[in-house]
Design a protein around this ligand. Structure first.
Ligand SMILES: Nc1ncnc2c1ncn2[C@@H]1O[C@H](COP(=O)(O)OP(=O)(O)OP(=O)(O)O)[C@@H](O)[C@H]1O
Length: 248
């Protein structure tokens, strides 16, 4: 199911008994699950349920209060893993006064991409997010959706083994959303492990497996089919409500 990447060991993510506290507030509680190599794993949950807090631990930009996060066999956070992970945060980390091309060049340098390969890869990712014609425009003139697309292009630039995307398709129109999901599927088929957060139910259906978060707890994990079957419902939305104990 997961294509040729499934033969490669070690590029999964293991989250083991993770708690994250901010002061006295327990924002993540005993989170325990695994993302398999080359899988598209979706984290689904309402606003404030802890999705961003959890993906930051996996991206290695925060550390758990207790428990462990292991990515590609390495316990996080670890600085030398950052080059192997593509992370797209919810708020865009772009230089507004620079053009898209200058932003891409900057991140390409950080990732050690050089020469003709770098130019080709920049063209590829910009084509993918339909921004080729806006390559030379300043990011300050971009719309919100264009900034999201540029952030996605940057996250994919260095062909990371693990791609962590926090709400990647917010503000992106439906046609482009479809092409981005097609690309995510292709990447997973060629071995990239993808963790994506969403509250869009039809996107959740496209993931190989889902984890449902509610109030900092993982209330269910499984394929979309398994989750619907075990809740005896026909939609992911209903399954989420059933697992949360709040049937509509
Ligand atoms: N640095 C912090 N200090 C204190 N509280 C925090 C901090 N970061 C997050 N929180 C709290 O943790 C909870 C979970 O936040 P988080 O951003 O992880 O949720 P989310 O599921 O990603 O929500 P959304 O979909 O709205 O982004 C929230 O109540 C938030 O206020």
């Amino acid at each position: 199911m997961f294509g040729k990447g499934s033969r490669e060991e070690g590029w999964g993510i293991q989250v083991s008994h993770v708690d994250r506290k901010f002061g006295k507030r327990l924002v993540l509680q005993d989170i325990d699950f695994e993302v398999k190599p080359a899988e598209i794993f979706g984290l689904l949950g309402p606003s404030g349920s802890g999705k961003t807090t959890l993906v930051k631990l996996m991206a290695g930009i925060d550390r758990p209060t207790s428990g462990t996060v292991v990515v590609g066999g390495v316990q996080m956070p670890r600085l030398d893993m950052l080059g192997k992970i593509g992370y797209m945060a919810q708020s865009d980390a772009l230089y507004a006064e620079l053009t898209a091309k200058e932003n891409l060049d900057f991140f390409a340098s950080l990732f050690g991409l050089r020469g003709r390969g770098r130019r080709r890869r920049i063209e590829e990712v910009m084509e993918l997010v339909h921004l080729t014609d806006s390559m030379k425009k300043r990011v300050s003139t971009y719309s919100g959706g264009m900034k999201r697309r540029l952030s996605l292009a940057i996250a994919m630039l260095h062909r990371p083994r693990i791609l962590i995307l926090d709400e990647p398709t917010v503000g992106i129109d439906p046609a482009l959303r479809v092409s981005i999901w097609n690309e995510l599927r292709d990447m997973s088929q060629s071995g990239t492990t993808i963790l994506v957060t969403t509250h869009v139910m039809d996107e959740a259906e496209k993931c190989h497996r889902l984890g449902m978060l509610r109030d900092g707890r993982l209330i269910a994990v499984g394929t979309p089919g398994e989750l619907k079957a075990s809740a005896n419902v026909t939609t992911i939305e209903e399954a989420f409500l059933a697992f949360g104990g709040v049937r509509g």
